[in-house]
Design a binder for this molecule. Sequence first.
Ligand SMILES: Nc1ncnc2c1ncn2[C@@H]1O[C@H](COP(=O)(O)OP(=O)(O)OP(=O)(O)O)[C@@H](O)[C@H]1O
Ligand SMILES: [Mg+2]
Length: 243
Amino acid sequence: MIELKGLWKSFEDNEVLRGLDLTIKQGETIAIVGSSGCGKTVLLKHILGLLKPDKGKVLVDGIDINANSSHLFDVRKRFGVVFQSCALFDSLKVMENVIIGLKEHCSEMGLKKMEDIGKEKLDLVGLYSETYHLKPQELSGGMKKRVAIARALSMNPEYIIYDEPTTGLDPIMSEKMNNLMLRLKESLEKTTIMVTHDLHSAFKVADRISMLAEGRIVFDGSPREAQKTDNHWMKAFVQSSPL
Ligand SMILES: Nc1ncnc2c1ncn2[C@@H]1O[C@H](COP(=O)(O)OP(=O)(O)OP(=O)(O)O)[C@@H](O)[C@H]1O
Ligand SMILES: [Mg+2]
C-alpha cells in the first residue's frame, strides 16, 4: 500500500502540491488524471523518492521512504517505471535496454539468463526477435513504449508506474497500448499507477480514477462514478475530453 499524507511541494513560488492526500491499495490499478502541468509527474516523482516533499510523508507499506536513504534504495527496486519520454538509451539495442537493470543489480545471474528474462518480457509486450538488435531510433513510438514496459517488468517489480502511456501515439497505437496495459493488468495482477491526461485510456484501463487539480485530489471514484459525477472538476474534465 502507498500512502501520500499531506504532501506539499513548491518550486520557488510555484506551489504544485498543496496538502495532497492519496492512498493506493494493493492490487488496484489507479489512474491519476489532470490537465497538463497540474503536477502529475511531480506526484509520481514523490512516490519514487526522486523528489522530496517540503512537508508531508510518502509511506510504502508503512515505511517512510524519506526517513533514510537505505529505505529509498530498497523501495525503488520495488517499482517498474515507464517514463513519459520512455527514457531508452539511444546507444543500446532493444535487448540491452531491457536487461540494463538486471546487469546492474543481478550481475551474478549471467548474460544468458538475463537475455532469457529479456525475451520473456519482450514476448509479453508483443515484440519479437527481429527487434532485439534494433536501436531506439529505428523503432516507432509504440514500439519504444513496449520496450520501456518490458524494461520496467524485467526486475519483476511489485508496482508498475506508467507516466502518460498513450501520449504521442496515434489513436490506433493508443488503443493497442490500452489493450496491452489491460492484458498485463489481468495477467500480472500488480498494483499499477497510471498518470495520464487521456481520460479514454484511464476509463478503459483503471479500476479507480483520482483527479489532481490545484495541488490536491479533487475527485476519487470508479470510472463509472467519474462519468456520472456532479463534482465540477471531474465533470469539466469529462466534458472537455473526447471519449
Ligand atoms: N524540477 C522542477 N523544477 C521547477 N519546476 C518544476 C520541476 N518539475 C516540475 N515543475 C513544475 O511543476 C508543475 C507541474 O509539472 P508536472 O511535470 O508534474 O506536470 P504534469 O501534470 O505531469 O504535466 P503533463 O501532463 O504536461 O506531463 C509545472 O508548473 C512545472 O513547470
Ligand atoms: Mg507529466
